[in-house]
Unconditional design. Structure first.
Lengths: 100, 303
């Protein structure tokens, strides 16, 4: 019986650590949710400025687009995503801000 | 880039930019300077003037003188190929594949021609170590002006993009700090690229404004070329590029430069006479250089 105690204690500790880890992750995720949304919006603006030519918006000198485009796959995807959700921008904003 | 003296010749079509730049190059070579004459004009008149064939590679045309022709189409193709390869390396296969169609259209985008000239200019300057002077026979006015203003215009865009990118990176750092407690952050490749482009355009801009860069404005003694010369001077002044010398070409024996002297300071004027039948072949060029040594010394700043 006594020999089981350290084992139980270790298991409990590891479970607590896991629970704490998850709670920490959730809390951290909540804390940066709005900033993440802001970053995505800024990335979209950046993408529209550089790659706007792909969605019909005038662009900077073409060589700036060409030079930066190979490094902007992520922004490209963000921009195309935004274009597809452009019909319901308020819905997206409300879901980020947790407004029902 | 080293401070090798460079001489640009710009002006209205037909005023004699190619001949004036060829004369200046032959003059510089005759003074013992290893000279490179670069034709940036898509019409490429240098082969007719020298009576030789030239290409994208420098070819000796006389002692101390090499000539090279820039083909903007080649530079556009090369640039697009490099960008496309880079894109294939960094993008997932599917997105790179989807972009192909857009890419095929982008090669006709306005603005690529002057950028091609800028790339060629950088290439010439990088390979210029073995020369003492470089002479550029420039393209027609509109393209030349876009070429000179491209670094300034690009810098306005790049500076604004860098500000926005820095704001994004700052916020991303906050997110990774909170989420993962990370203290070291991956260098943002877009910001790195922006920094690189800003450095390169700043270098080009300061090269255009450097005292070792001489922009020579070629005109004839007629109202049309004089009005265009005034517009060129104003446009270049807007981007802080001064005119070193105004070359009045094809002056008849009876003509005076009164109209031109009213607009441009007499100290910066140089005059080259009209040669009936034109100046052709190396012999013709050498003869004209010998006949106009004073004016060419002033133009090439070899006094």
């Amino acid at each position: 019986m006594m020999s089981m105690a350290p084992h139980l204690f270790t298991a409990l500790c590891s479970r607590l650590r896991r629970v704490w880890g998850t709670m920490d992750e959730v809390a951290r995720g909540k804390a940066v949710e709005t900033v993440e949304y802001e970053v995505e919006e800024l990335e979209n603006i950046f993408a529209l400025l550089v790659l706007g030519v792909f969605v019909g918006i005038p662009s900077p000198p073409i060589q700036i687009t060409m030079d930066l485009m190979p490094e902007m796959e992520h922004e490209f995807a963000v921009m195309l995503d935004k274009v597809s959700t452009a019909h319901d921008p308020l819905g997206e904003l409300f879901s980020v801000l947790d407004i029902d | 880039m080293s401070a090798i003296p460079i001489h640009f010749f710009i002006g209205k079509g037909g005023v004699g930019k190619s001949t004036t730049s060829a004369l200046t190059a032959v003059h510089l070579a005759s003074t013992g300077r290893r000279t490179l004459l670069v034709s940036m004009d898509p019409a490429h008149n240098q082969c007719d003037i020298f009576g030789m064939r030239f290409s994208g590679k420098s070819r000796p045309a006389a002692p101390n003188l090499e000539v090279r022709e820039i083909d903007p189409e080649y530079w556009i193709r090369r640039y697009l190929k490099e960008t496309r390869n880079h894109l294939k390396r960094t993008y997932a296969y599917q997105s790179a594949f989807n972009l192909q169609d857009h890419f095929n259209v982008l090669q006709y985008a306005p603005g690529l021609e002057e950028y091609a000239l800028l790339l060629a200019f950088e290439d010439v300057m990088q390979a210029a170590g073995s020369h003492d002077a470089i002479v550029f026979d420039m393209a027609p006015t509109a393209l030349s002006l876009r070429f000179f203003s491209l670094p300034s215009i690009s810098l306005v865009w790049l500076d604004e993009l860098l500000k926005l990118r820095s704001a994004i990176c700052e916020k991303k750092e906050i997110i990774s700090k909170i989420k993962m407690g990370a203290c070291e952050f991956e260098t943002d490749r877009v910001r790195k690229k922006l920094d690189e482009r800003i450095a390169s355009h700043t270098r080009l801009k300061s090269r255009f404004m450097s005292p070792s860069t001489h922009v020579n404005l070629v005109l004839n003694n007629d109202r049309l070329s004089l009005s265009e010369a005034r517009r060129i001077e104003r446009r270049l002044a807007d981007i802080d590029i001064p005119i070193s010398r105004v070359v009045v070409n094809k002056m008849g024996p009876e003509e005076t430069m009164d109209d031109i002297a009213e607009i441009f300071s007499i100290q910066c004027l140089a005059m080259l006479p009209l040669v009936p039948g034109g100046i052709l072949g190396l012999d013709g060029l050498e003869q004209a250089v010998a006949d106009n040594a004073g004016a060419l010394c002033a133009i090439a700043a070899t006094l």
